[in-house]
Design a protein around this ligand. Structure first.
Ligand code: PEP
Ligand code: MG
Length: 312
């Protein structure tokens, strides 16, 4: 019965009682964007641009970048927005032409937006490429930066994006952004919570360390408190706050995130039907009770059990 419900779900994302939650795809390149556009998603919540360049030793020109980004934007022109993330090179995603060598602690080093510190042209050329692709395809294009930590970084980044006529946001991956979410929302058009890195930095546990999987679990109550804080700030500001980490692909957690007021969930295309079918089966009151339950739980196991009980 459950399987039939999942297979039969055709979107859009909405709770049983009609509260909309945008369900979006995480994509890496033109082919994955084209296949996502065939699935019942309402757009792209995370285009990881660094994945286009993992094998490059030289920076592609703005023109070549525009050609690549246009392949991702084109399938969604006229149907949904696409959130393009600027290069998140460094740490677990080294890109030869951008990543600094020999850092002691790459996860805490010069990665993501921080690369623009020593190489501002890298960001300018990428933003030029994105703006050109947006113009060429006519797709609704939002641009966000990874690994933002300060208000000054957000202001500077959003200014550069808006100069090019596009919507600007930042990721919530460093806990400082969640803690000051209200003030970041004065600066940005939207926030997108990357639960993979947010969990790594809240729990001080390497996301790649398999021995630490009990810590790198987005169901950790401390992580979910920061997610809820950002969602509440978004509601007050009337601006979108989505989740684009792996947490968004977990149907049970999606129920609690919806109850917190998260406005979109972005995930691998393969997960969309299960999440959509789960949300369609619950009303917002149950989602809110799930949110309360996970915030009160003392550990991930208790949090999962509490949501399961509510849905039974
Ligand atoms: C995240 O950190 O949750 C995220 C979505 O970004 P990435 O997994 O690419 O680091
Ligand atoms: Mg990340």
């Amino acid at each position: 019965e459950q399987q039939a419900r999942v297979a039969g779900w055709t979107g859009p994302g909405v709770t049983r009682d009609g509260v909309p939650v945008k369900l979006l795809a995480n994509v890496a390149d033109g082919p994955s964007a084209r296949s996502a556009a065939e699935s019942p998603v309402q757009g792209v919540g995370l285009f990881r641009t660094e994945l286009c360049f993992l094998d490059r030793t030289e920076e592609p020109s703005a023109q070549e970048q525009a050609d690549i980004y246009a392949q991702v934007l084109e399938p969604f022109a006229g149907t949904g927005h696409v959130v393009v993330r600027t290069l998140d090179a460094g740490s677990d995603k080294p890109v030869a032409f951008a990543t600094l060598e020999d850092e002691e602690n790459p996860a805490l080093g010069v990665r993501g937006l921080r690369l623009a510190l020593g190489n501002p042209g890298l960001l300018h050329r990428q933003l030029d490429g994105i703006a050109e692709a947006a113009r060429r395809t006519g797709a609704e294009t939002w641009v966000m930066a990874p690994m933002v930590a300060t208000l000054a970084e957000a202001e500077d980044f959003c200014g550069q994006v808006r100069e090019r006529g596009l919507k600007a946001g930042v990721m919530v991956e460093v806990p400082s952004v969640a803690l000051l979410a209200d003030r970041f929302l004065d600066v940005v058009d939207f926030l997108s919570i990357g639960t993979n890195d947010l969990t790594q930095y809240v729990m001080a546990a390497d996301r790649l360390a398999t021995d630490l999987a009990h810590l790198t679990d987005p169901w950790q109550p401390a992580v979910l408190h920061l997610v809820a804080r950002a969602a509440e700030a978004g509601r007050r500001a009337g601006k979108p706050v989505g989740v684009c980490g792996e947490a968004a692909a977990d149907p049970l957690l999606a129920v609690a995130l919806t109850g917190m007021g998260i406005t979109s969930l972005s995930m691998a295309g393969a997960a969309v039907r299960a999440v959509g079918a789960q949300l369609a089966a619950v009303d917002m009151d149950t989602c809110r009770r799930a949110a309360d339950a996970v915030l009160e739980a003392s550990d991930p196991l208790a949090a999962r059990d509490a949501v399961r009980r509510l849905l039974d």
